[in-house]
Ligand binder design. Structure first.
Ligand code: C5P
Length: 400
């Protein structure tokens, strides 16, 4: 289950041009399983329609302190929220919240809540840089409010500068981080992702069908749980939000060098990459010409990176492998667990529909050294990542 499932989120929208992006944020939060209650200021209603939010959110829009059916809506909203998110937050909204002025439903709800509050400012550069705004934000931060920093880019009226609302995916990831238990805070997690490419000549490679999506999902989940993540990757998917450092690699040899260096200080290593088992012995320096006849390409085995890590594993490190199988899932996975000296192996039957390469879903069995296997039915790769990290965290020794 994702961090947002069943969480009550008040989505406060104040009156800036970026209010239209709150629609996308609302949809993403609902898709992730949250119960979203939209609260619009009068200003927001100049930019976006109530109907849009009411249709997408979990409850109809609320915007008035003076509702005859419910005399004091702000206390119910504030008390029942797991999190209050304000996106976009205008300079006025930030000022009123900092000063403790409850002049509308949103500011009253902000004062009536003890839940975590995330504020996502959006305004013109001059306003963003104004000392009044910066001092207000510093005060809010000191009080424990999280400020999701704006970005640079196009602003209203065609201007370009700092102050643009953070991207919806960045904001949703910040919400996830705020709601998730930070059980990997202070830990380092190394994840490999994608398939290696082994050169045949200057232009051709031996590759495989791995998309890297499962590895990126593990990296995203680890970062959301507070880990420092090193993502050793052969693919260029969007870098997950949080503390994620990408080390780009191409071949099994590159990946081995990167992983060996990075794994030394890691608490958890997850080898989700599909590493080639064979590579050309002597790749040609130039392009092999067609008119020279069909070439014979001699292959040699690549180093087994994971087995190398298993043989030299530092005390306390949790080592996780993946096994894509098409038959005898459990037996094959268990023997790899033993042979490569792993703590966990995540086995998937890639012959099943919706499982493995290129899909957004996966179905796996997590085989452990101690304890029964954990079966994770067909679900999103992020949810699979969560189950894998839950099993890995359970094996981490408590810190001194
Ligand atoms: O033996 P098999 O290739 O099925 O093992 C899969 C696991 O071993 C994966 O975690 C993969 O990343 C890792 N592996 C490796 N080096 C190789 C081949 C596989 O680290 N040369």
């Amino acid at each position: 289950m994702g961090a947002l499932v069943g969480k009550r989120i008040v989505l406060g929208v104040s009156g800036g041009i970026a209010a239209y992006k709150a629609i996308e944020i609302c949809r993403r939060l609902v898709d992730a399983g949250a119960h979203v209650v939209p609260v619009l200021t009068k200003g927001a209603e100049h930019f976006v329609g109530r109907t849009t939010f009411s249709a997408l959110a979990s409850e109809p829009v609320q915007s008035s302190l003076w509702d005859e059916a419910e005399p004091i809506p702000h206390t119910r909203l504030g008390q029942s929220a797991d999190l209050v998110l304000v996106a976009p937050a205008t300079a006025r909204l930030i000022g009123a919240y900092t000063a403790g002025i409850s002049s509308d439903l949103l500011t009253a709800t902000l004062l009536a809540t003890r839940a975590k509050v995330l504020v996502c400012p959006a305004m013109h550069t001059e306003m963003w840089e104004h000392p009044a705004v910066q001092e207000n934000l510093a005060t809010l931060r000191r009080r424990g409010v999280e400020v999701v920093a704006p970005e640079s880019g196009r602003l209203a009226g065609g201007d370009i500068g700092h102050g643009r609302l953070a991207a919806p995916e960045t904001i949703v990831a910040a919400v996830e981080r705020a709601l998730v238990e930070p059980d990997l805070r202070g830990r380092t997690v190394v994840v490999t992702a994608g398939g290696t490419r082994e050169p045949i000549d200057a232009v051709r490679v031996i590759a495989n069908r791995s998309s890297g999506k499962q590895g990126y999902a593990v990296a995203a989940e680890a970062a959301a749980r507070g880990a420092r993540v090193v993502l050793v990757s052969t693919v260029t998917l969007p870098v997950p939000p949080g503390e994620v450092r990408v080390v780009p690699v191409e071949t099994a040899a590159d990946m081995q060098a990167a992983v060996q260096a990075e794994a030394l200080g890691a608490d958890i290593v997850v080898m989700a990459a599909a590493v080639a088992d064979f590579r050309p012995v002597a790749p040609a320096a130039g392009k092999i010409k067609k008119d020279g006849g069909v070439p014979e390409i001699r292959l040699e085995p690549t180093p087994d990176i994971l087995a190398g890590l298993g043989a030299n594993k530092p005390a306390g490190q949790v080592l996780v492998g993946f096994a894509a199988e098409t038959s005898d899932l459990h037996a094959n996975a268990s023997s790899k667990l033993e042979r490569k000296r792993l703590d966990l192996i995540v086995a998937n039957d890639v012959s099943q529909p919706g499982v493995g390469f290129h899909h957004d879903t996966n179905a796996v069995t997590i085989v452990r050294r101690v304890g029964d296997p954990i079966s994770v039915g067909l679900r999103g790769k992020r949810e699979v990542a969560k189950a894998v990290l839950d099993a890995a965290v359970a094996l981490l020794a408590p810190r001194q």
